[in-house]
Design a protein around this ligand. Sequence first.
Ligand SMILES: Cc1ncc(COP(=O)(O)O)c(C=O)c1O
Length: 396
Amino acid sequence: MFEVLPQLAPDPILGLSVAYREDSNPDKIDLGVGVYKDEKGNTPILNSVAKAQRILLDRETSKTYITPQGNQGYIDGMLSLLLGEQSRVLMANRVAAVQAPGGCGALRILSELLVRCSAKTKVWVSDPTWANHIPLIGSSGLQLETYPYFNKAATGINFDAMLETLKKTEKGDVVLLHGCCHNPTGADLTNAQWDAVLEVAQERGFLPFLDVAYLGFGDGLEEDAYGVRLMAENLPEVIIAASCSKNFGLYRERVGLAAIITENSQTRQIAQGQIQSVARGIYSMPPSYGGALVDIILADEGLKHEWVSEVNAMRNRMQTLRAMLVDKLEENGAQRDFSFLNTQKGMFSFLCITPEQVLEVREKHSVYFVESSRVNIAGINQQNVDTLAKALVSVL
Ligand SMILES: Cc1ncc(COP(=O)(O)O)c(C=O)c1O
């Protein structure tokens, strides 16, 4: 039966990890897969998470199923983080939400919910966007369109072109926006640009679909929520897919949140029932463990404080690494100005070099990152930054 299916090419990012593992060069550098790494190249379990695991071990008395909706303490904690403790939409009971298996799970079930509203819905995604947005959203049957976002030649956001395209959207269209730390470019909207996008959303009536996978990795947990909160507080309807993979370091536990802000509390009830039914039809109920840990952390003042400090430390480290790379590139004689890297946010940056240069630096210097020139900033450290800068300068 399966012989009718075509052989697929390996996933480019996972293929890159295999090539990296097989490379015998002791000075090889991995800037491919998007996971946070510490100075030693490890992806650690956060201290706050390790403590929550011990508490959960003592507290958990059953492994029976949780509900399709998930852990309510987790959902409430996440909604406060995303929308703010004083959120008017939360107080007005206008938010439906479920715990989802990772940010990917949230993106997919929200897409399936949109299909239930209308299979003809158009979803506008940024050019470029995270590669997995295309299958996660597109495979549900929704029609994908792109809006201009990043101009490689100008090493920044092409905001005028983005707005111009958004002004052509129609009522009922959906616009996917990265809440913060745009993947793959690291180029984020300023608050004034968010304000302008809101105005267009109000004028045109599109539905913002916010993907928030890196809250706290940009400027701070509160600061990074600017766009999400602005849309939530000023529009009748907004949908949000959030992930705890990066900021809680819970990648393998698969914990995320799908939230729907509705026009009123009656519609909230409809949306809540529908999103649970979507989830029931795909995976029945989410895994419990990651959500239980986040619930424990966010409900305990001491643990929450520790977690916030850990998020701040990860963010500050990545900002330092960006600055170090920019300095080292200059020190090693780069003819181009790379200071734009310092203005980018989160785990990723576009180096804005050509695919040929990316391949050359991989083949000659064992530096691994994807052809778009997206690098995982967290893969840089004090030991490898000079080697990296020299390798990059040699192919410029
Ligand atoms: C932009 C973006 N959205 C969503 C996700 C989903 O992450 P996960 O499913 O691991 O929670 C990621 C992960 O890399 C991402 O980069």
